[in-house]
Design a protein around this ligand. Structure first.
Ligand SMILES: [Zn+2]
Length: 150
């Protein structure tokens, strides 16, 4: 089992919300769109790159084009279901929930820090300076320990 794979109930709940949102906004609800969204939601906790999402989708739908996948990712982001940010020049996709991303420089992995007070404090202080926080990313040396902080 891959690290960071979402539990089934969570994915189903997101898909149900997505169907409702697509209908509400007049988008077509196609089997292909939902299949792509399912794979994205299943893998989103590992902060996948576009290539990783492409591989995951193509393992189940080999003939699908990269632009179709890209367009669906854009739509999911536009509708607020996922976010994206760049790490070392590569776009990584992420859950939309407010949290801080810790990028470990010695391991290259990204760890979610779900510290609501910390996120709220930084967001509030940045807003006082007139900056609207889009994504919180901290680069740090995390050591070579297995579990990481938290
Ligand atoms: Zn994250």
């Amino acid at each position: 089992m891959q690290r960071g794979v979402a539990v089934d109930g969570e994915v189903e709940e997101k898909l149900a919300r997505l169907v409702a949102e697509l209908k509400r906004r007049g988008y077509r609800v196609t089997a292909q769109r939902l299949a792509i969204a399912r794979i994205v939601f299943e893998n989103i906790k590992s902060h996948p790159s576009f290539m990783e999402i492409l591989q995951a989708v193509r393992s189940r739908m080999p003939s699908i084009s990269p632009s179709t996948i890209y367009n669906n990712l854009q739509l999911l982001e536009q509708l607020g279901f996922i976010k994206s940010f760049d790490v070392a020049g590569e776009t990584r996709y992420d859950e939309a929930k407010p949290h801080l991303n810790l990028v470990c420089l010695d391991q290259g992995r990204i760890i979610d820090i779900d510290d609501g007070d910390l996120v709220e404090e930084i967001t509030r202080r940045m807003e006082e300076r007139g900056a609207r926080v889009r994504e919180l990313v901290v680069y740090a040396y995390c050591g070579d320990g297995g579990s990481g902080p938290g």
